[in-house]
Design a protein around this ligand. Sequence first.
Ligand code: ADP
Ligand code: MG
Length: 262
Amino acid sequence: MSNTQGATWLADEHQVQSIAELFKALRLPTARRLFEELHAQAPSQGWSAMGWLQALLEHEVSERADRRRASRTKESGLSLGKTLETFDFSLVSGITRQQAHGLSQGGEWIDRASNILLFGPSGSGKTHLATAIAHGLIAHGHRVYYSPTTIMLQKLTEAKREARLPQALEKLDRFDVIILDDIGYADKNEVDTGLLFDLIADRYESRSLVIASNKPFSGWEDVFPDNARCVAAIDRLVHHSAIFEIQGESYRRRQAQVAAGE
Ligand code: ADP
Ligand code: MG
């Protein structure tokens, strides 16, 4: 193939600089970084002009996916390391690896704005499971936001006080999934849980929620400001939902016992 050899394949300094500027203007940082190197490799790799361009674009697309995943993981507030691989399903009942894996793929339940409700005692792995499912969702291109419920309510209360609640809610609307952890810790006497109702009502049939709770529904009366809103919130949450009741000994306690040699 003579077109990858000889003088025509050599680039001059001006061209290189100008192409680098063009990639910058087009916001193609990977192509900008690699084009010279891949261009130089073309003859030894046997790449034609088309083949070289293809390799360059493939690098850009692949690194772009990595960058997006990294930024979506960062914005999600999820802890790293809590994945399905690091969760021992043999220690719990109420959810199987297949079910959790299926949910982590996204698809229909996200499209239908369904919810996931995880119930179980403290230490049974609810936060880990929700986090693990969410990492999978991000890998499948979804946007996720994790927050302990009380922190979410503090943020919304602050936004309301500063007259920017609509903007705050609009920002949350952009997430395909919001994880509200430990909903049972949100106490109507301490935080404005009316905002929690508003958030649930806002997302009903439009965006998914994942909710973790160590309190059964019967204990949610302490959460919502009044009985009517408690019933209405539960109604909306369960209408399209998958409910898992996780049973298992507290993993934290088990670890402590192992450490103490019991
Ligand atoms: P919960 O949210 O139900 O209180 P967590 O998910 O926070 O429980 O679990 C407590 C700790 O134990 C975390 O560090 C978590 O990673 C770990 N853990 C819980 N269950 C398991 C499990 N089945 N396999 C591996 N780690 C677990
Ligand atoms: Mg938890």
